[in-house]
Design a binder for this molecule. Sequence first.
Ligand code: MN
Length: 297
Amino acid sequence: MLIGAHASVWAGAFDKKGVEKTIQSASSIGYDLVEFPLMDVDGFAHETAKKLLAERNMACTASLGLTRETDISSTDAQVVEAGRVSLMKAVDLLAAIGGTHLCGVLASAMTKYDAPSSAQGRENSQRVLAEVAHHAADAGIRISLEVVNRYETNLFNTGADCREFIEEGALENVGIHLDTYHMNIEETDMWTPFVNCREQLGYVHIGESNRGYLGSGNVDFDAVFGALDLIQYDGIMVFESFSSAVVSKELSNTLGVWRNLWDDSDDLARHALDYMRGRLNGLRANNTAIARGRNRV
Ligand code: MN
């Protein structure tokens, strides 16, 4: 399993300085991977990223949330086309820096809608995603649709509904991206979605209910890590946390980050890596003990 950190832990903009700081910090702390938010594809320092990732032997992924202007679930053909272009550009940029996964809120805008999604909008989203995923497959990139809460999309808010969306659109090279912060708001429990989406699960965000230090909120991480162990998940796991001390104003406002839960990026990231590894190793140690016990019987 590759364990990564979201680049917003260290920087708000991904010019040369932001990219350098992120890769150097994540690598020094011991992460295998960095996830870059591609809210500004044109301003992203891709040459620096490619060089540093190779130097540090780090993997990389990218995520984004579409906007109202690039919403592929819109019924306005021009907006849908703008979204298609934006997603294609993100795939190309990710391919250029050697990334493997594009995830996030790709099926709709990342915003609070004031009406349910329409049948036409749903179909538009599926049609564009099929095309983007086909293009991504040619570049060796997998697409994963993030399941986010009701205040950030109206298309699907649970793992089961995302699965239905993918199956209904017969989408290939498209998986499910579960995030414990959103699951804690929408799912009945923190176990069932992992088990029910095991075939399509391609990406996991580990985030606390307050989006701060892991263990400081009410996400049931016993259930989360127990379920991941049960399904023998070996995909990508990325720690995600936001503080308005670091995140760009635009993303901070979209996500509703109105208070700071931390200001020391490295301390937060080090704690998160220890927490995730501790949970994973604890489970392995526990399972080994159980297996030994069984052998004795
Ligand atoms: Mn997330």
